[in-house]
Design a protein around this ligand. Structure first.
Ligand code: CP3
Length: 360
């Protein structure tokens, strides 16, 4: 096992375990990205997936936001779509269009063309290397978060071939080919489990699952095509790490727009439930605290377009609603490319100022 510099700021990990904290930890989804001029500079010289595949570059862009802001976590720079790539699919990042698959899955027969049991270390070892390098470079400043896309969200992209407001092709599979859909979700689940275990062995200190397209499912389809796989991932990642004699790490599930599933998610093995901004903090806190779960979120990212005064007051009001135990401040989704870094800094500072010495 690689040894790393000791952790100096473990607020994120304590909050994830609902332990006492001196101040609320804060980070932001997509904290590394195009809203930062220094990221655009790197991006002007390298293709998106080249950055993901080059540990030195991935490490550099992971560190960029930490140089500007007093963040309590780093998240490894990568993308959820590296898993479809590991299964043999081509994914391109097209400016203005986002990720694009030139050969999406059209019919269930296409599943046979995939490499359904990839050697995860051979295909995704570059992410593990980026994690190990970043842990060294962080020098214990803050914990490093690893992540993966969740099965349904990955399946949705693999069928749709690009972002979509309806994902109607992917949703059609759930009704036309339910059994084949489950077989694809099972294939993805197995790869995700090995991928996340590998990330922890490489140095990730918390894991987040992005079920970014939970909102296009309803309660019934979520219960059938998302929740069982999410549950299996949390329990298997933890048991595989324990069996390997490795310490487990806290796990966060972020099922965007799955307000209908909050109660079910609180009853899983996830330690932290990530919330989008449509969820009422007081209602969510009551549910989560009854089960000893932590919450993460959920300022409307668009609030960062407002004035610094309004960012500070909205942040203060949000922190008050969530309370200080078992809470990680974040946005309700990622940063948008046209945001100004100073406004994210204002959010981060506001969380710290209004929560310092918030022992409870
Ligand atoms: O949070 C971080 O700082 C880590 C980096 C990160 C990226 N993608 C970098 C990225 C993370 C955690 C992701 C996850 C991801 N990727 C998700 C889940 C989170 C969410 O937003 O719901 C999803 C759905 C994807 C798929 C994806 N990748 C999309 C839809 C896009 C296009 C987004 C856009 O605004 O155009 C990407 C591209 C992407 N991923 C960029 C970055 C910095 C921008 C691409 C570029 O530089 O050209």
């Amino acid at each position: 096992m690689t040894s790393f510099p000791p952790l100096k700021n473990d607020l994120l990990l304590r909050a994830a375990r609902c332990e006492k904290v001196e101040r609320i930890p804060v980070w932001a989804m997509r904290q590394a990205g195009r809203y930062l001029p220094e990221f655009r500079e790197v991006r002007s010289k390298h293709d998106f997936f080249t950055i993901c595949r080059t540990p030195e570059l991935a490490c550099e862009v992971t560190m960029q936001p930490l140089r500007r802001m007093d963040l309590d976590a780093a998240i490894i720079f990568s993308d959820i779509l590296v898993i479809p790539q590991a299964l043999g699919m081509t994914v391109e990042m097209k400016p203005g269009k986002g990720p694009t698959f030139p050969g999406p899955l059209l019919l269930p027969e296409d599943i046979k063309k995939l490499n359904t049991t990839p050697d995860v270390t051979a295909e995704l070892g570059y992410v593990f290397e980026a994690i190990t390098l970043t842990r060294q470079k962080l020098e214990g400043k803050v914990p490093l978060i690893g992540f993966s896309g969740a099965p349904w969200t990955l399946m949705a992209y693999m069928i749709e071939g690009q972002s979509s407001s309806t994902f109607s092709k992917a949703r059609a599979w759930l009704y036309k080919y339910p059994e084949e859909s489950k077989s694809l979700l099972g294939i993805l689940t197995n790869v995700i489990i090995d991928y996340l275990v590998g990330q922890v062995k490489a140095g990730a200190q918390l894991l987040q699952l992005f079920e970014s397209h939970a909102g296009i499912l309803g309660a019934k389809t979520f219960n059938e095509f998302s929740l069982p796989y999410l549950k299996l991932i949390a329990s298997k990642v933890k048991s595989k790490l324990s069996d390997a004699g490795h310490a487990t790490v806290p796990m966060t599930v972020f099922a965007k727009d799955a307000h209908y599933a909050l109660e079910d998610l609180v009853n899983t093995d996830y330690d932290v439930i990530g919330l989008d901004w449509t969820i009422d903090p007081i209602m969510a806190s009551k549910l989560a605290s009854s089960k000893g779960k932590a919450l993460q979120g959920n300022l409307d990212p668009a609030a960062l377009y407002g004035s610094e005064e309004s960012i500070a007051s909205l942040t203060k009001a949000m922190v008050k609603q969530f309370g200080t135990r078992g809470y990680i401040a974040n946005l309700g989704h990622g940063m948008y490319p046209d945001m100004v870094p100073e406004h994210l800094k204002k959010f981060v500072d506001a969380v710290h100022t209004c929560s310092e010495n918030s022992e409870n």
